[in-house]
Design a protein around this ligand. Structure first.
Ligand SMILES: Nc1ncnc2c1ncn2[C@@H]1O[C@H](COP(=O)(O)OP(=O)(O)OP(=O)(O)O)[C@@H](O)[C@H]1O
Ligand SMILES: [Mg+2]
Length: 240
């Protein structure tokens, strides 16, 4: 079954079609990877799906259109996202940030404090709840942003370049956390990432976009062998 269907999505900025009649489906329970050159429209695609931008075309989540919904409405349907650059309340503690996130989701019947405590343990932020987030290193800031998305109890989690700027060890730790989120919690993941080693290891299927259009979609080991993908993206030394 498809949890998400993107149909002919177009997002224009003036003359530029940053996302250009893009269609694809994400299956319930899978990890769906997205890669492509800088400026190919990956973040714009996330901003469109999650209601930050108006677009033409349609996005169907669990069988119902979410086109035209506001970000909080998309969140209430069960889609959460993280940002390329950590978006946190930097003068607030980790706990306060997560309380804001949990409140945003407003799921009836969920005990927010229990929910937050579970997520803090799950991602490995235990003991750091009372640290003001501006004092955290990049890794812990990214974990806090991830935890924040998790407090909304998503069915679909969309992460934009989650490991940019992290060390190889930190990257491995993040990989394990994402695998746990997908396998243990059953959350469907859509992951934008430049580091192909990471993306091919985590993804069940992989889509490559270029100039807002899809140029390849399939199993990671097949997609990364395709000539046009190598020419347009991998050959450029992105992952050298
Ligand atoms: N708010 C905006 N207004 C005008 N143009 C924009 C806006 N946001 C993005 N763009 C343009 O749309 C195109 C796609 O940008 P986008 O940020 O989606 O690319 P990306 O694939 O996420 O790139 P990167 O890998 O560098 O993060 C780029 O040409 C960018 O300059
Ligand atoms: Mg981007």
């Amino acid at each position: 079954m498809n949890i998400l269907e993107v149909k002919n999505l177009t997002q224009r900025f003036g003359e530029l079609a940053a996302v250009d009649r893009l269609s694809f489906e994400v299956k319930d329970g899978e990890v769906f990877g997205i890669a492509g050159p800088n400026g190919s429209g990956k973040t714009t695609l996330f901003n469109s799906i999650t209601g930050f931008y108006r677009y033409t075309g349609d996005v169907v989540f669990e069988g119902k259109s979410i086109a035209g919904l506001r970000p909080h409405q998309v969140c209430h349907r069960g889609i959460a996202r993280t940002f390329q650059v950590p978006q946190l309340f930097l003068t607030m503690t980790v706990l306060k940030n997560l309380q804001v996130g949990a409140h945003f989701s407003k799921r009836h019947g969920v005990n927010e404090d229990d929910n937050i405590a579970e997520i803090v343990d799950f991602v490995g932020l235990h003991g750091k709840e009372n640290i003001v987030t501006s004092h955290l290193n990049l890794y812990d800031q990214k974990l806090t942003m991830l935890a924040n998305a998790m407090t909304t109890k998503p069915k679909l989690l969309m992460v934009d370049e989650p490991i940019g700027g992290l060390s190889p060890t930190e990257t491995k730790d993040f990989l394990e956390i994402f695998k746990k989120i997908n396998k243990e919690l059953g959350i469907t993941l859509v992951v934008i990432e430049h580091l192909m080693k990471f993306l091919t290891e985590i993804s069940d299927r992989l889509m490559i976009i270029h100039d807002g259009s899809r140029i390849a979609l399939g199993l990671p080991k097949e997609v990364t062998q395709e000539k046009n993908v190598i020419d347009v993206y991998l050959g450029g030394g992105v992952n050298a």
